[in-house]
Design a protein around this ligand. Structure first.
Ligand code: PXP
Length: 248
């Protein structure tokens, strides 16, 4: 069964647009956790960025207390974040690149050049019982390097696919890259998640990629929630990704 992880960062983005620097505000990420889980989300994802632009420290601890499915903690590979992860004990950590100037995570992690540092972090987190995933582009060299770090999961960056979606030829090329990457990862014994830029229009297309375990989707669900509510927005996405056989 393909799982849906709901990324709630942008619930906090909206709150910070009005309540930055205050110890209260709306909308509340913890309420979002409850509503997304009640609607059937299989997991919750939150990214604590170095600049704390959306999720704050107080949020991540409250989210940890509230999540009853699985918490996937997105973080940069820094000593500060490793320390937080070891105390927070999320079910999974997804290591992402972080660049102060970006609006959202842009490219994938360059595991080829940072393999040693990432392997050290993966070993520490794995030892603490936290599943480690690396957010990478669908690139054969990045997948090989990811396997060498001892991370049991990768998350394939679907941003290029999402951007190419309206151009049939480019979309086919990106789907082919994702398919090859997923096949390579599975052959090398690593599990495959995917995410970034997936929405109500392009998510069904991604189901053609084999071996997917989980999709992590944030912006489109939070955007839809503004008009229909978070529960209905999550249920609609779950309906799109339901790959179970009819009556099965
Ligand atoms: N996966 C990772 C690793 C991300 O960094 C993000 C963006 O925070 C997402 C998935 C979700 O992307 P989007 O908000 O575009 O659905």
């Amino acid at each position: 069964m393909l799982r849906l992880g709901v990324n709630i960062d942008h619930i906090a983005t909206l709150r910070q647009a009005r309540y930055r620097g205050l110890d209260h505000g709306e909308p509340c990420p913890v309420d979002a956790v409850r509503q997304a889980e009640a609607a059937g989300a299989h997991g919750i994802t939150a990214h604590l960025r170095e600049d704390r632009r959306h999720i704050l420290d107080r949020d991540i601890w409250a989210i940890r207390e509230t999540v009853s499915t699985r918490l996937n903690f997105e973080m940069a590979n820094t000593p500060e974040m490793i320390d937080i992860a070891l105390r927070l004990k999320p079910d999974a950590v997804c290591i992402v690149p972080e660049n102060r100037a970006e609006v959202t995570t842009e490219g994938g992690l360059n595991v080829v050049v940072q393999a040693g540092a990432i392997a050290d972090t993966a070993t520490e987190l794995n030892k603490a019982g936290i599943e480690v995933s690396l957010f990478i582009d669908p690139d054969p060299a990045q997948i090989e390097a990811s396997v060498r770090t001892g991370s049991p999961f990768i998350e394939l960056h679907t941003g290029a696919y999402s951007e190419a979606y309206d151009d049939e030829a480019k979309r086919a090329t990106e789907l082919q890259r994702l398919t090859k990457a997923a096949e390579q990862a599975k052959t090398l014994g690593i599990e495959v998640n995917a995410g970034h830029g997936l929405n109500y229009k392009n998510t069904r297309g991604i189901l053609a990629v084999p071996h997917l375990n989980e999709l992590n989707i944030g912006h489109s669900i939070v955007s839809r929630a503004v008009t229909v509510g978070l529960g209905p927005a999550v249920r609609e996405m779950l309906g799109l990704i339901d790959d179970s056989p009819p009556n099965g």
